[in-house]
Design a protein around this ligand. Structure first.
Ligand code: B1M
Length: 218
């Protein structure tokens, strides 16, 4: 009996990863409930189930083996799993890896890419303060201050709105906030990030997770 239970404890975490990769939201929820019924700590379920699953998905996405629809569906499943674990994680006193304020810049209504980035970062263990779309420099400054941001993340999809990023970096600095800024979105490049003195740039959601990790280490 104990042996069977031990085997299930090991395999259920792999099942969580697989269900996440397939984007099966209800299956993820059911498996998370099973892990908790087995008495696994929520932090272990998060780290060895959901986060490993998201890491695997990130690699597949980067290599072009899965595409945006699969990532969105998996991200939804991950959010459902996280919602199940969240109250227990708080009880277990697990600290998020850092606070990230994210938003799409003023004048820009595109949010699919920004949401993907936010979901991947959440999956990697960061606390996300999502300001949504059409966000002014003032709102970024206020949220970064109130949310004790470790990173400010800016998304833009239009050549006409990416120019807002410069003003946001300047507004943060002129308010004394030396928080690293990461930028991204289809028209955005590393050269542009360098030009406006944003510390980070990522071309896609999986790279954004790597870049944030690099910025927080540095
Ligand atoms: Co619009 N749109 N759109 N649009 N739209 C584009 C961006 C466009 C390229 C289409 C085209 O003409 N070929 C074009 C921009 C041209 C340009 O400026 N160079 C365009 C235009 C012109 C417009 C309008 C002006 C159209 C009009 O009204 N005349 C208008 C502007 C509205 C506004 O924002 N003020 C408009 C409106 C819309 C919709 C509202 C209809 C809708 C948005 C719905 C929504 O987001 N909820 C829409 C859509 C869907 C698109 C396309 C078709 C798809 C964008 C998308 O979601 N891609 C787009 C054409 C295209 O890209 N093929 C287009 C999928 C998404 C996962 O990718 O957002 O690039 P993406 O995110 C990626 C990376 O960029 C990166 O990671 C993500 C995942 O890998 N990334 C980051 C994004 N943010 C990041 C942040 C990071 C790091 C990485 O760090 C913080």
């Amino acid at each position: 009996m104990d042996f069977d239970r031990h085997c299930r404890e090991e395999s259920v975490l792999v099942d969580v990863q697989e269900a996440l990769l397939k984007g099966k939201k209800e299956e993820v929820e059911k498996l998370i409930d099973e892990t908790l019924a087995l008495g696994l700590p929520a932090a272990r379920v998060l780290n060895e189930g959901l986060i490993v699953g998201m890491d695997r998905l990130g690699v597949l996405f980067k290599n072009g083996e899965v595409f945006i629809p699969e990532v969105l569906v998996a991200a939804r499943a991950m959010n459902a799993g996280m919602a199940r674990l969240e109250p227990l994680l708080v009880k277990e006193g697990i600290q998020p890896k850092g606070n990230i304020v994210i938003g799409t810049v003023k004048g820009d209504l595109h949010d699919i890419g920004k949401n993907l980035v936010a979901m991947m970062l959440k999956g990697a263990g960061y606390r996300i303060i999502d300001l949504g779309i059409d966000v002014s420099a003032e709102k970024f400054v206020a949220a970064a201050t109130e949310g004790r941001a470790d990173i400010v993340a800016l998304s833009a999809l239009l050549t006409t709105t990416m120019v807002q990023m410069r003003g946001i970096v300047e507004a943060l600095r002129s308010n004394g906030l030396k928080i690293p800024v990461i930028i991204g979105g289809a028209p955005v490049t590393r050269a542009y990030a360098d030009e406006i003195k944003a510390e980070g740039y990522a071309p896609d959601a999986a790279s954004a997770v790597e870049e944030v990790g690099r910025l927080l280490k540095g």
